[in-house]
Design a protein around this ligand. Structure first.
Ligand code: MSP
Length: 511
């Protein structure tokens, strides 16, 4: 049987500044999905990388007094380091300054030109370097000090007048609307879909796709005074990594992408411009663009002026990797905005991880170590309480699958925690410590049931907390096949179990 292909991407990150919580968030969410699909047995290609061209990066390099390429090399390496720290399981890391990417950009440009969708003109209008975006005047407003800014992002805009190539975006309005209609799941969540639909229904202007006032970009083929607009360059990364323009490349079988996961401010680029470019070049369109929300930090927007950018790496040092991964996916319904605070983080670690799954595992496994021969206990006749808990447990993988399908990470975790609470209640009522004196067969059945609960939790939670769940599965004596399908085979009674250690230490408040 051929495996289902699943090609998932993060946005590629601008290298004008250091990686922060927002980037770690998009990457971690994508990583959880990639790992989930691998667990399901899909053939996954997971891409992340860095967006290295454009005016913003050029300006940052200039400010740092370093040549743009050397600057991009340094910051891109820092993004790779962040991915490593967060245990991101990407299959490739693309850099837009690579030779292959440049070739991919120039090829698609020529294709669009050949197909009659590019013409030379002059751009006159507003541009926000911070957003690398063109804005209509109606999308901007004046500040009291007379400077103009983009309403959607707050970024300063400047008036730009320069020769420019244009992409005939206006020719794609009806085609895009028909595509959204036929593919209602293309943009999610629904509120975002509605916003994009009304933007496209409002009419599309042709899009300026080259710049001449700086040179840090991919040269336009045949007219090298121009560099390509950084968003055209950037979006093409998803094709480059799949082998484009070589459609015989093995990677090409992953195209079209299954999912572009993006923050809410860049949906327009992914859900309007990108499908239009692809239609113009005669290429297949991605299946889905999912928009997630933004984090504030202790109630404030992360910003340079406030100096409150959170680097996740020291947090990982302080609280533990899986603790941070868990927190960012549990705290906020995916798609909504959320606030990051140390208090909320500590609360979640203590209540959900240390007192929740950590305590359940420790209670069960250390009891087995001391009182049940440090091996998977044998199962006797099941009673109603066992059957009830096992039914809840065995329903969990499907519930998680359904939640993951709609990227409802918080719901997936919530389902798992329902099982944890049920198991806690079960231990209290079954009281294995009393059974030890009165009925060891029954005690073993209760412990076997708990091992089955822990095994199921350990397997399905691997995508969220890979390191810790791998430890838990080690403590349960599981062999190396830890995909969802192992849950179809019974636990092997008598498997010796190593001495367990605590999974999640409690965070102790500084006095
Ligand atoms: N380079 C473009 C993407 C090109 S993709 C073809 C870009 N880069 S970015 O570095 O500015 O942002 C990348 C991602 O980080 C976006 O998905 C964005 O939403 C996310 N975040 C940046 N700040 C964020 C928060 N404060 N909170 C959550 N995510 C945020 O855009």
């Amino acid at each position: 049987m051929t495996k289902t292909k699943f090609y998932i991407t993060t946005p590629i990150y601008y290298v004008n500044g250091a990686p922060h919580l927002g980037h770690a968030y998009t990457s971690t969410a994508s990583d959880v999905l990639a790992r989930w699909h691998r667990l399901q047995g899909d053939d996954v290609f997971f891409l992340t990388g860095t967006d290295e061209h454009g005016q913003k990066v050029e300006a940052a390099a200039l400010a740092a007094g370093i040549a743009p390429q050397a600057f991009a090399d340094r910051v891109s390496a820092d993004f790779e380091d962040m991915a490593k720290t967060m245990n991101i399981s990407n299959d490739d890391f693309i850099r837009t300054t690579s030779a292959h990417h440049k070739q991919a950009c120039q090829t698609i440009w020529k294709k669009l030109e050949e197909n009659g969708f590019i013409y030379l003109g002059a751009y006159e209008g507003w541009y926000a370097v911070r957003d690398e975006a063109f804005y209509d005047e109606a999308e901007t407003a004046l500040k009291p000090d007379g400077t103009r800014y983009a309403l959607s992002s707050g970024a300063a805009v400047e008036w730009v007048v320069e020769p420019s190539y244009f992409f005939k975006l206006s020719a794609f309005q009806d085609k895009l609307l028909a595509f959204y209609e036929e593919n209602p799941g293309f943009i999610a969540p629904t509120a975002k879909r509605n916003e994009i639909l009304s933007f496209v229904r409002g009419g599309l202007n042709d899009l300026s796709i080259s710049r001449t006032s700086f040179s840090w970009g991919v040269p336009v083929p045949g007219d090298e005074k121009h560099v390509m607009y950084v968003w055209l360059d950037a979006l093409v990364n998803y094709l480059t990594a799949a082998g484009y323009p070589d459609d015989t490349a093995e990677r090409w079988s992953y195209w079209p992408a299954s999912l572009h996961l993006v923050g809410k401010e860049i949906v327009r680029f992914h859900a309007v411009y990108w499908p239009a470019f692809l239609m113009g070049a005669g290429l297949a369109l991605p299946k889905k663009v999912f928009s997630h929300g933004w984090w504030t930090v202790e109630g404030e927007k992360m910003s340079k002026s406030l100096g409150n950018f959170i680097d996740v790496r020291p947090l990982v040092q302080e609280f533990g990797l899986d603790q941070i991964r868990y927190f960012i996916l549990r705290e906020v319904p995916f798609g909504n905005d959320g606030d990051f605070s140390r208090e909320a983080l500590k609360r979640r670690i203590n209540s959900d991880l240390a007192n929740g799954i950590g305590n359940l595992a420790q209670r069960t496994l250390s009891f087995i170590g001391k009182n049940a021969g440090a091996a998977v206990p044998p199962k006797g006749a099941l009673q109603e309480a066992d059957e009830g808990l096992l039914a809840t447990t065995h329903a969990l993988p499907e519930k998680i699958r359904a939640a993951m399908e709609k990227l409802a990470f918080h719901e997936a975790l919530d389902e798992a925690w329902r099982v944890i609470r049920a198991a806690d209640g079960y231990i209290d009522t079954q009281a294995p410590w009393s059974l030890r004196k009165t009925d060891t067969d029954r005690m073993n059945t209760v412990l076997n049931t708990l091992c089955e609960v822990l095994r199921t939790l350990g397997v399905v939670l691997q995508p969220f907390m890979p390191e810790t769940m791998s430890k838990l599965l080690d403590y349960l004596g599981l062999s190396k096949d830890r995909s969802l399908s192992v849950l179809n085979t019974p636990l092997i009674e008598g498997t010796p179990l190593p001495p367990p250690a605590g999974l999640f230490p409690r965070v102790v408040e500084a006095a």
